[in-house]
Ligand binder design. Structure first.
Ligand SMILES: [Zn+2]
Length: 152
């Protein structure tokens, strides 16, 4: 996983500084809410980051309308990257919190073109707890969805 971690305060993180024009970036798209630019650490040629202009830290902070705007731009960029780099696969990746592999604490989504044998990996320690425990987990999530209905 990436070694770089940006611990800057909100408003002075590298993505805020890119949005303010204080740091250079190879931009591919920009509108009122969202900026998309090439990741400086390309996993494969065509690796783009899509981020809101406002500093929201993660999926829990970003307002739904801005999350929607990011996703719509990510989809547009995905089409463009696929056409430009002729990638047979493409991965969207969005991380939250240090434990979730987030390295820049400003919400962003990676658009990563993928090719066979490209060396990009994801550790996926699959567990199969069985149907009874799955139903228990589902109940826990359903309870929170109902409890927090006004948030969604
Ligand atoms: Zn920021």
């Amino acid at each position: 996983m990436p070694m770089f971690i940006d611990t800057s305060e909100p408003g002075s993180c590298i993505f805020c500084r890119i949005n303010a024009g204080e740091l250079p970036a190879a931009k591919v798209y920009e509108d009122h809410f969202v900026t998309a630019f090439m990741d400086i650490g390309q996993l494969n040629p065509g690796h783009v980051l899509v981020a809101p202009k406002h500093h929201w830290e993660n999926i829990f902070d970003i307002p739904p309308a801005e999350a929607q705007a990011v996703m719509l731009v990510a989809q547009r960029v995905a089409h463009a990257v696929k056409a430009a780099f002729d990638c047979p696969g493409l991965m969207l990746f969005q991380a939250n919190g240090r434990e979730g592999e987030q390295t820049v604490m400003h919400f962003h989504m990676h658009v990563v073109p993928r090719h066979a044998g490209d060396g990009v990996g994801l550790i996926w320690p699959r567990k199969e707890p069985g149907q009874q425990l799955l139903e228990h987990y589902a109940g826990q999530v359903r309870q929170q969805l109902e409890f927090n209905e006004e948030l969604f």
